[in-house]
Write a protein that binds this ligand. Structure first.
Ligand code: UDP
Ligand code: MG
Length: 314
């Protein structure tokens, strides 16, 4: 008898949570000798999501963890993985954008023993704003150039992992989590399944363009230190250039005297160098702020209620 845990982060998902549960019940019959454990993680929802989770937890296969506030999907995934007890553990969105029918194939692949993880990637970005797709493409090109950890284009968080791999992921206790990078960083053999993008069944996406943009900056800081090197390299380059300019100006002054000219060019240069300095300071600031948050060692999430705590209080 094998156990599959489904970790399902939810934030304000009252429209879809029951639909999701029903879909999972439908695919269960395809599995023999497998029990399911569904862990819903309520990431500080402000609608009826938690209430629905409590109702669903009447079923034997459902557990839930409710956070004291919104900690973000990364924290929700971590909490779910930590609570999981299955031999195989999957992370799934509740909005059914991660097709449940793939679970069967994922499970069989892991059972064969050749892989430790089966991950999914979208090959199309149908139904997504064009500008978002363009930025996404640029982002993936760039991050893979500057980071040693491979970040796969179109990779979803939807994947099934062995207990061994999940334990490795849980070892990484950093506060600024970027799971796409972490899954790749821990290594292990991963098989990629490709599928067409499916739109959300109901409810709304929690990701605005701006949020995604900030998230991508975070991921660069988390998985590459190249921007820091760029800052130093620019510093060195500018020192060299200015050295030659100084020599040039000294010689010119000695040879032709010192007519006061070139004020506009000087202002331009000052602005330019000032800008570069601020940029470099900003880059250093980014890393410093992340370091600051890491050294504080705050917990990744705080639990307010689980199905067990509720049973105890009855
Ligand atoms: N989610 C979460 N915490 C958040 C934002 C989102 O747990 O702060 C969950 C959300 O409920 C969903 C999954 O993360 O199950 C993916 O979110 P969404 O569908 O909004 O993202 P998209 O699929 O558009 O990338
Ligand atoms: Mg979604």
């Amino acid at each position: 008898m094998k156990k599959i845990t489904l970790v399902v982060p939810c934030r304000n998902e009252q429209e879809v949570i029951k639909l999701f549960y029903n879909e999972i019940q439908k695919i269960k019959k395809d599995f023999v000798n497998v029990v399911f454990e569904i862990i819903f993680v309520d990431d500080g929802s402000t609608d009826n999501t938690l209430k629905l989770m409590r109702e669903l937890a009447q079923n034997d296969d459902v557990r839930y963890i409710s956070f004291s506030r919104n900690f973000g999907k990364e924290a929700a995934m971590y909490a779910g993985l930590e609570a999981s007890t299955g031999d195989y553990i999957a992370i799934m969105d509740v909005d059914l954008q991660d097709p449940p029918f793939l679970l069967k194939e994922m499970y069989e692949t892991l059972e064969s023993g050749k892989f430790d993880s089966v991950a999914t990637r979208r090959v199309t970005r149908k139904g997504e704003p064009v500008i978002r797709s363009v930025f996404a493409r640029i982002y993936y090109k760039m991050i893979n150039k500057i980071s040693k950890t491979e970040i796969v284009d179109g990779a979803r968080d939807y994947r099934l992992m062995t207990r061994k791999m999940v334990n490795a992921v849980l070892e990484i206790k950093e506060y600024n989590r970027f799971s796409k990078g972490i899954f790749s960083w821990v290594g292990f053999k991963t098989k990629w399944l490709e599928y067409e993008n499916t739109p959300r069944v109901a409810g709304e996406t929690k990701w605005s363009f701006w949020k995604l943009f900030l998230y991508s900056l975070d991921s660069i800081v988390a998985f590459s230190t190249l921007p820091l090197s760029i800052a130093s390299i620019m510093g060195i380059l500018f020192c060299i250039v200015s050295f030659f300019i100084i020599i040039f100006i000294i010689i010119r002054t000695l040879a032709f005297g010192d007519p006061t000219s070139g004020w506009p060019s000087m202002v331009c240069i000052m602005f330019f160098i000032g800008g570069v300095q601020l940029l470099c300071l900003g880059i250093i600031g980014q890393y410093l702020s992340k370091t600051y948050l890491e050294v504080k060692k705050r917990p990744i999430y705080i639990v307010q209620e689980t199905e067990k705590a509720k049973l105890n209080s009855k």
